[in-house]
Write a protein that binds this ligand. Structure first.
Ligand SMILES: Cc1cc2nc3c(=O)[nH]c(=O)nc-3n(C[C@H](O)[C@H](O)[C@H](O)COP(=O)(O)OP(=O)(O)OC[C@H]3O[C@@H](n4cnc5c(N)ncnc54)[C@H](O)[C@@H]3O)c2cc1C
Length: 408
């Protein structure tokens, strides 16, 4: 007999779709309703700043599943449906049209949104950010030879778009408030690799700048004003200053929120019938022994299965270590673990040739590893991190020593 319960998923991104998939794969026969604000079926965002941005092609591959899959798996997807409230007493979600949908268990996967610039001119025409298919289409249309594109923020997404814009022949200026882009994630030595890469490709990368506002002409952005009084001329401005978790719904419902919705290691929030996954989720990580919120694709891909297992009172898989990747020009990179700018960095290979594996060490143990234009080392890096082995720095730096030999 089919399970009589209904599980509702709020958020139609990768985490929401993977949550529905995991529930079905784990044998749940009850109802699944997936509510998403966007007009599209759930899709993956990495192509929006990479191949899809460059070519406008390949969008079909970005969708997590096609409509037939949802129909065949009896997952009711309601696109264009924004949840405005969670009525925990009635166990219902309320949508913008006033409709109510009852749930037995709820998965929140509302993701995150680009941070907005709190400066004059942020709302002028031609000031863009990148999160959706439509954003990517708008930016592609501007990436014309000779167009002057100014990027505010040298984070992962900003740098990926900057590289695509350069390849399209646009004039690119990147304005970064810190001394190097990505320095807070990578520390100065490895962050310099990305700064050099962009400068070599003709990006005018300006670091340690303070922005005062965006200037406009007839309602459209015409330049970015810096604290030294100069104005960087712009035909369009792309703001990439990070993302913030979409916590408003959870907060209004009285769930515990602290840099995302907080949850235990299996995604259960302060309400035992409400779960969380993806960019929104700040969950206890058993390996690190503290909460971790990961704003990356692999987390939205893998975490929902851990959470779906718990929603079904089953044993789930061990949570993965954080992982992310980037592609910029001819540089491809993968990063495993959780390092910080103050960790000791050991490099195996050549930073100058941009072919290396960098390791972040804390108390002599590898806490993160990043392979740049070096492939098939991910499993070895993960094993090294998980081993918590104290490693010899010279051996770690020596490409002749197998990483597996350092696990101890
Ligand atoms: C341009 C871009 C490039 C990226 N590239 C990489 C990369 O190279 N590598 C990497 O590791 N990661 C990358 N990421 C990050 C990765 O895409 C995210 O971690 C992932 O999308 C998170 O998935 P999610 O389902 O948790 O959230 P989201 O993708 O944000 O999806 C959440 C969905 O919920 C909807 N929603 C929000 N509130 C409501 C509501 N109240 N009611 C209904 N629906 C709601 C939103 O509209 C959205 O569709 C990239 C992100 C972007 C934007």
């Amino acid at each position: 007999m089919a399970d009589q319960r209904r599980f509702v998923i709020v958020g139609g991104g990768l985490a929401g779709a993977k949550g529905a998939e995991a529930l079905r794969e784990r044998g749940f026969t009850g109802g699944i309703v997936l509510l998403g604000s966007e007009q599209h079926l759930p899709y993956e965002r990495p192509p929006l700043s990479k191949d899809y941005l460059k070519t406008g092609e390949g969008l079909d591959d970005a969708f997590v599943h096609d409509a037939q899959w949802y129909a065949a798996h009896d997952v009711e997807v309601r696109t264009g449906s924004t949840v405005t409230a969670i009525d925990r007493a009635a166990r219902e979600v309320v949508t913008a049209d006033g409709g109510r949908t009852a749930y037995d268990r709820l998965l929140l996967a509302t993701g995150s949104s680009p941070r907005t610039l709190a400066l004059p001119g942020h709302d002028l025409g031609g000031v863009l950010s990148l999160r959706t298919i439509e954003d990517s289409d708008r930016i592609r249309a501007l990436m014309q030879p000779g167009a002057r594109l100014v990027f505010i923020g040298g984070g992962w997404i900003g740098l990926e778009v900057a590289s695509a814009a350069r390849e399209a022949g646009a004039d690119v200026v990147v304005l970064e408030s810190l001394e190097l882009p990505l320095v807070r994630v990578l520390g100065p030595r490895v962050a310099q690799v990305f700064a050099d890469l962009h400068r070599e490709r003709g990006v005018d990368l300006r670091t340690s700048v303070t922005i005062e506002g965006i200037e406009g002409d007839d309602g459209a952005a015409s330049g970015v004003r810096l604290s030294d009084g100069s104005v960087v001329p712009a035909d369009a401005v792309v703001v990439g200053i990070g993302a913030a978790p979409n916590t408003a719904l959870a907060e209004a419902a009285g769930l515990a929120v602290d840099n995302g919705v907080t949850a235990d290691a299996v995604g259960r929030t302060s309400d035992p019938d409400i779960f969380v996954a993806g960019d929104l989720a700040n969950v206890e990580h058993p390996f690190f022994g503290h909460r971790v919120r990961v704003e990356h694709w692999a987390n939205a891909l893998n975490q929902p299965d851990v959470v779906a297992a718990e929603m079904l009172d089953q044993d789930g898989p061990e949570p993965e270590l954080p992982y992310f990747f980037t592609d910029q020009y001819d540089l491809g990179m993968e990063y495993h673990g959780l390092g910080g700018p103050d960790d000791d960095v050991v490099v195996r290979g050549s930073l100058a040739d941009r072919e290396f594996v960098a390791f972040w060490l804390r108390d002599g143990r590898v806490v993160a590893g990043m392979n740049v234009n070096v492939w098939d080392v991910g499993d070895a890096i993960k094993a090294l991190i998980r081993s918590r082995a104290v490693v010899d720095r010279d051996q770690l730096a020596d490409p002749g020593v197998a990483l597996a030999a350092l696990v101890g």
